[in-house]
Structures are given as structure tokens and as C-alpha cells.
Design a protein around this ligand. Structure first.
Ligand code: M6R
Length: 357
């Protein structure tokens, strides 16, 4: 139930710090270490390549999951949109493991791939929020998101939970394979949960940004480099879904290859700056669009912030920035939708789970 909340989406965004803490609890074993089922760990360790299959927001989580598995565990990963997989079936490695990321566990496009992969006899793992869902039942293994029911059509807490569980699975696999990890994931996730809480506690700032940038905007761009690029895709999807503003996420460096032609006087451009290594480059992109009349909103992370950034989010581990940086984008979309009198929880033309192909 949404209780005193005006919308499920707002309630579900507010739950995000708790969701991360629940995930830590759910995957913690007696000695305080994080762990996943032995058979899942074995499946991950046995794979020479992971194939992540998902749609929408879950696909965006998969793009970040690829970074986690490649950077922490050293396992190559491909990420595929489920509805496209059948046409462009990749050449498979010798020992693939298929990972289906699906909040509902019922998405028909993803299930279609699962059915095909089972026919081919490859091992499968579903990462889902719904125990007993179709994709959970039909896959060899399941990792649960522990996010609690997500009712709003716009996925928020499930995305953050997907990132946390992907990070956890990659971390545990890396540990088991003797990789040298320089941080304690449990501690870093707890810091990220606190970081999200700080943002949630200053919603008025996000409401002001939404009013300032999006109340009458026709379109909006989200830009980022490296891991911030993937979060910008998710930020754009959130805004499109619930406010009906035409929005796109772009890699900062791609702007000059075409997209910059769309920049007009006052076009809102949200730029994420959480990665030190690319901070100068993305700030350069912001200057380029500003010089062409755009209205940029820099959302940076403490430690890579500069004077004049519109919002500075708390500092977290470099790999975990998406868990925190997505939250202001979710809230900006929410308030933009409210300012434009849209039905936040039930946007037009959309269903919570898409059970047709
Ligand atoms: O239940 P799933 O994670 O498989 O759903 C996939 C997409 O339909 C879903 O993420 C959709 O994009 C959301 N409405 C995004 O907010």
C-alpha cells in the first residue's frame, strides 16, 4: 500500500536506501561476508562469457552489470536487448552463461530468449524481484532482488536493487577467483545507501530543478561518459515514460557526431559527472552545448565537483556511482511529470509488465 504517499513511485524511490540494506542482509552469511548460493557461484566461475538479456530499465542495469563483471571478476560480458536477440544471435563462446535481468520475471521478450537458450542446452540465471515468476521458475538459477513489490510503472527501486545484486554477484565471484579487490563491497553499499538517503532528504532541490528546466521543455538531453553514459540512458527513459518529454541519453563524446545539431536556445542538458577520469572531457562537452545556447544542469559527485555545478551528490565508490546518481534523475522526472500534470504511476500507453512480444 502507498499509505500517505501521493504516488507509488515516490514511495518506491524513498525505499531505495532500505532496499540496499535488505540486499546486504539477504546475502550476508554467518561470518559477515557476502555470499551467493554455491551452485550459482560455480555457474559464474565456469562461464567463459556472460550474456545478459533484458529490456528497458533492466537492460540499462545490465549495461552497468557488464562493467561490474568485467572490472571486478575479469569475465567478458555481452549485453543484449531481449527483443533483438533472436534476429542477431551472437556467436557464442564455448561456455556461456545466460543472465536474464527482469524485475517482474514475466517479460515476454526476455522469456522468449530463455526458452530458446534452454532448447540449446545452455545454463541460465534469472535476476528478478519476483520469486516464483515465470523466468525464475524456468531458469536453472535465481538471484532475488529483495526490493519488495514495485507497483509504479516507472522502475526505480528495482533498478537500484539490480545494480546492487549485480555488483554483489561480481564481487563474490571475483573474491572466489582470488582477484585482488581493494574495497569492502558491504561497506561501500552501506555508504551508497546513505548517499541515496541524503538526496532523498533534499527533494525540494530536485523539485526546483524540474520546474526550472522541464516545466515547459519540449525535449531534454542526458549526457555522460563511461559509466555515467549508461545512467544517462536510464535518466532519459524515466523522463520519457512519465513526463512525455522527448528525451535522449548520449555519450558525451558522441554529441559532436550529430546530436549537437539538436541543441537550441534553452535546450535542457543534464550532465552527469561522477567519474574523475573523464570529468574534464564531459565538462568540455557541457561547454560545447552551452556555447550553442543549451541550458546545462551539471550533476556531479563530491570529489569531482566544481563551483557552479547545480547539484553535488555524496561521494561513493567509483563503481557504485550509478546507484546514487540515478536517484536525482528519477526525482527530477517525477517532479517534471507532476509539474506537467501527468499520471505518474500509470503513464499513458504503458503497462507494468509487458507480457506480449
Ligand atoms: O520486468 P522487467 O524488468 O523485465 O521489465 C522490463 C521493462 O519493461 C521495464 O524495465 C520498463 O522499461 C520500465 N517501465 C522502465 O521504467
Amino acid at each position: 500500500e502507498k499509505g500517505t504517499y501521493p504516488h507509488y513511485m515516490l514511495k518506491e524511490m524513498d525505499e531505495q536506501p532500505t532496499v540496499i540494506r535488505k540486499i546486504i542482509q539477504a546475502y550476508e552469511v554467518e561470518d559477515g561476508q557476502l555470499a551467493i548460493d554455491e551452485d550459482i557461484l560455480e555457474a559464474l566461475q565456469a562461464a567463459d562469457r556472460l550474456y545478459i538479456i533484458a529490456a528497458g530499465t533492466s537492460y540499462h542495469a545490465g549495461l552497468i552489470g557488464k562493467q561490474y563483471f568485467e572490472k571486478m571478476a575479469g569475465i567478458p560480458v555481452e549485453v543484449h536487448i531481449s527483443s533483438e536477440f533472436g534476429y542477431n544471435m551472437p556467436l557464442l563462446s564455448e561456455k556461456p552463461l545466460f543472465i536474464f535481468i527482469t524485475q517482474s520475471g514475466e517479460t515476454a521478450d526476455s522469456r522468449q530468449v530463455l526458452v530458446k537458450i534452454k532448447e540449446l542446452g545452455y545454463p541460465t540465471l534469472t535476476i528478478t524481484n519476483v520469486p516464483g515468476s515465470t523466468l525464475s521458475r524456468e531458469a536453472d538459477h535465481t538471484l532475488l532482488l529483495h526490493a519488495g513489490p514495485e507497483i509504479a510503472v516507472a522502475s526505480t527501486k528495482a533498478y537500484v536493487a539490480q545494480l546492487a545484486v549485480l555488483a554483489l554477484a561480481a564481487y563474490v565471484t571475483a573474491q572466489a577467483s582470488g582477484k585482488d579487490l581493494t574495497f569492502d563491497l558491504k561497506q561501500e553499499l552501506a555508504i551508497a545507501a546513505n548517499g541515496i538517503q541524503t538526496i532523498i532528504d533534499s527533494k525540494d532541490v530536485l523539485e526546483d530543478i524540474a520546474e526550472d528546466y522541464l516545466k515547459i521543455a519540449r525535449n531534454a538531453f542526458f549526457i555522460g561518459r563511461n559509466i555515467d553514459f549508461y545512467v544517462s540512458l536510464e535518466g532519459a527513459l524515466k523522463l520519457k515514460e512519465i513526463s512525455y518529454i522527448q528525451a535522449e541519453g548520449f555519450a558525451g563524446g558522441e554529441l559532436k557526431h550529430g546530436t549537437i545539431a539538436l541543441i537550441e536556445e534553452g535546450t535542457p542538458v543534464f550532465a552527469l559527472v561522477t567519474q574523475e577520469a573523464v570529468s574534464l572531457n564531459i565538462r568540455g562537452n557541457v561547454k560545447e552545448v552551452a556555447a550553442r545556447g543549451a541550458y546545462p544542469c551539471i550533476i556531479s559527485m563530491a570529489g569531482v565537483d566544481e563551483d557552479g555545478d547545480r547539484l553535488v551528490i555524496p561521494q561513493v565508490n567509483e563503481l557504485l556511482t550509478p546507484l546514487v546518481s540515478v536517484v536525482p534523475l528519477q526525482l527530477i522526472s517525477y517532479y517534471a511529470a507532476l509539474h506537467r500534470r501527468c499520471d505518474v504511476d500509470k503513464p499513458r500507453n504503458l503497462a507494468k509488465s509487458v507480457t506480449v512480444e
